[in-house]
Design a protein. Structure first.
Length: 256
């Protein structure tokens, strides 16, 4: 309380001096922009060159990795940035005795059928017969969550795959449908405990869909494998694993 006005005005200057001295004595990896005229006044006896240390070149700089890249690090510091491959790997899966549902839309039907074909071929490779694949067809992606709910409640399926294609247009209709439908699918899986897969593909161009619905990059194949893997996980955790359970999934019941 007894500090004079002059002493109070000196406190900010002392704080600035302390900060400048700390930066000058540390190995800062960046170059602060100090003015030569300001340096002597803030910290008498220190030169502007010492206040502005140069960037160290002894170690490589860590750059923010680009999209879909992985930054590798070593004991000596960051290494180069390497590109990560696209896609997903799966364990050996066996869908024998499983019953899988597919709900698909007629909107952009030609593209939907390519994804649907990839899904069914994938299911067949895992031992699921056509008689154990239940299909519902609906007008568009908006109707997929409700159709999937009907299927989950009435068809005794182990998993449901929702397939639709949305291509962005000039209005906000694309975003309204995409967000509502995908949120509904997620909520349905949480409520029923049955794996409900979101195979709604939202793209900006037809070419983007074609690239993801044909050949080795057909996402329908991944959806089929994911459905069997998640159905196997559910059966194992419920103590109902089939005799031909997937070899790549550990048969262990986790108790919480």
């Amino acid at each position: 309380r007894r500090l004079t006005r002059a002493h109070s005005q000196m406190l900010p200057m002392l704080r600035v001096s302390a900060v400048v001295l700390f930066l000058a004595g540390s190995s800062v990896a960046f170059t602060p922009s100090f003015s030569p005229a300001f340096a002597p006044a803030a910290a008498p006896g220190l030169s502007a060159q010492r206040l502005a240390p140069s960037v160290s070149t002894s170690k490589p700089l860590l750059l923010r990795p680009a999209f879909n890249d992985v930054a590798q690090t070593t004991a000596d510091g960051p290494a180069t940035v390497v590109a990560a491959g696209k896609g997903i790997g799966f364990p050996e899966l066996n869908g024998t005795d499983m019953r899988i549902g597919i709900c698909h839309s007629r909107w952009n039907q030609e593209l939907v059928n390519k994804l649907r074909t990839g899904t069914k071929e994938s299911l067949a490779e895992m031992g699921i017969e056509d008689d154990n694949i239940v299909e519902f067809e609906v007008p568009g992606s908006w109707e997929l969550p409700l159709a999937a709910r009907y299927m989950a409640l009435t068809q005794k399926v182990d998993a449901v795959i929702c397939i639709g294609v949305l291509i962005k247009g000039e209005t906000d209709h694309y975003d309204m449908i995409k967000d509502a439908a995908t949120n509904g699918i997620m909520q349905l899986g949480l409520e029923t405990g049955i794996p409900i897969l979101c195979g709604i593909m939202g793209c900006h161009t037809i070419e983007q869909v074609e690239a993801r619905a044909t050949g080795d990059n057909n996402h329908g194949v991944w959806w089929g494998k994911t459905a069997v893997e998640m159905a196997t996980l559910r059966k194992v955790q419920m103590g109902k694993a089939p005799s031909g359970a997937s070899a790549g999934v550990e048969k262990k019941r986790i108790l919480f």
